[in-house]
Design a protein around this ligand. Structure first.
Ligand SMILES: NC(=O)C1=CN([C@@H]2O[C@H](COP(=O)(O)OP(=O)(O)OC[C@H]3O[C@@H](n4cnc5c(N)ncnc54)[C@H](OP(=O)(O)O)[C@@H]3O)[C@@H](O)[C@H]2O)C=CC1
Ligand SMILES: O=C(O)[C@@H]1CCC=N1
Length: 283
């Protein structure tokens, strides 16, 4: 940490400022507080009063309307705003960054560490991350990339913060962060889409709404746990459910005939491309 902090404000490496207190910040804050981070060491800058009120009520964190107030004594700044406003947000805090030399952690899709570094005035320590919403339960996974300016201690600090949200995986080639975003950042939505479709199809077969919903949700939970806990591949687990000439085979053949794998590939390709577009469009 730089010794250039202003005399009136002691910057603490343990104080974390969130800039943006929306959906994803909330998930991360929930994880941090649930796993022992003192709420008083978390500042959240969020313009929407209702969001500030609920973050304060639910987690006891310090909430403010303006980023300048949140970052003043924080050694770690977590940028949790939309990619479209990231440049403006960075411009507004760049002067303070030059004074206090914080670790900048971004969770934004697409925006690169080089962009963040440049917008924050240059020569900044930046960790670009991509968490996902199961962070709310500590069941998330986050991809992380550190630029060369990040020290070992700062890398550990970023790891500690994101590890409260679940698993972590460091990525050496930043270009792959858009693929991480497409697979795991956006991925919970794909599982929810599948749940919606399974529920609707079950209802179409006559199941009551509540029953169809519970069957779909519990099935996805059980399958996900088997994927993580069994040590076996998805393919092996799938084949074990698929009795020859049985019901699963009828369904899987219908998926395959409909181009399911190609559709998933096209969807993840589109999401990866969109990450790159978000970077270029907001530069
Ligand atoms: N949602 C997800 O599953 C994931 C999201 N992300 C990334 O997280 C980031 C945030 O996404 P998400 O939480 O969904 O978005 P949200 O819109 O829910 O949250 C962003 C919040 O930041 C606020 N904001 C805007 N400008 C400022 C500012 N100058 N200072 C402080 N706060 C500001 C917004 O207010 P207002 O609405 O008034 O603009 C909003 O409340 C994005 O970059 C996204 O790519 C990453 C992984 C997963
Ligand atoms: O949809 C988005 O752009 C963000 C990033 C990953 C999940 N939500």
């Amino acid at each position: 940490m730089s010794a250039a902090s202003s005399e009136s404000t002691a910057v603490s490496p343990a104080t974390i400022a969130f800039i943006g207190g929306g959906n994803m910040a909330r998930s991360l804050i929930a994880g941090l507080v649930a796993r022992g981070t003192a709420p008083a060491s978390i500042r959240v800058a969020e313009p929407v009063e209702a969001l500030r009120d609920s973050l304060r009520a639910d987690y006891g964190v310090v909430t403010v309307a303006d980023a300048a107030e949140a970052i003043a004594d924080a050694g770690v700044w977590v940028f949790a705003v939309k990619p479209q406003v990231m440049r403006t947000v960075c411009d507004a805090v760049a002067a303070t960054a030059a004074e206090t030399d914080p670790l900048a952690v971004s969770i934004a899709a697409g925006i690169t560490s080089a962009q963040l570094d440049r917008w924050l005035g240059g020569d900044r320590a930046v960790v670009r991350t991509m968490p996902n919403t199961p962070a709310l339960l500590g069941a998330g996974i986050t991809g992380l990339f550190a630029n060369p300016r990040v020290s070992d201690a700062q890398r550990d600090a970023a790891e500690r913060i994101l590890a409260t949200a679940g698993e972590t995986v460091w990525i050496d080639d930043e270009a792959l962060m858009d693929a991480v975003t497409a697979v795991s950042g956006s991925g919970p939505a794909y599982a929810f889409l599948l749940a919606e479709a399974m529920q609707a199809a079950g209802q179409a077969q006559g199941l009551p709404e509540d029953t169809a919903r519970t069957l779909a949700a519990q099935t996805l939970l059980g399958a996900a746990r088997m994927l993580v806990e069994s040590g076996e591949t998805a393919e092996v687990l799938r084949k074990r459910v698929t009795s020859p000439g049985g019901t699963t085979q009828a369904a899987i053949e219908t998926f395959e005939a409909g181009g399911f794998r190609a559709l998933v590939d096209a969807a993840i390709t589109a999401a990866t491309r969109r990450g790159r577009e978000l970077s270029a469009a907001n530069d």
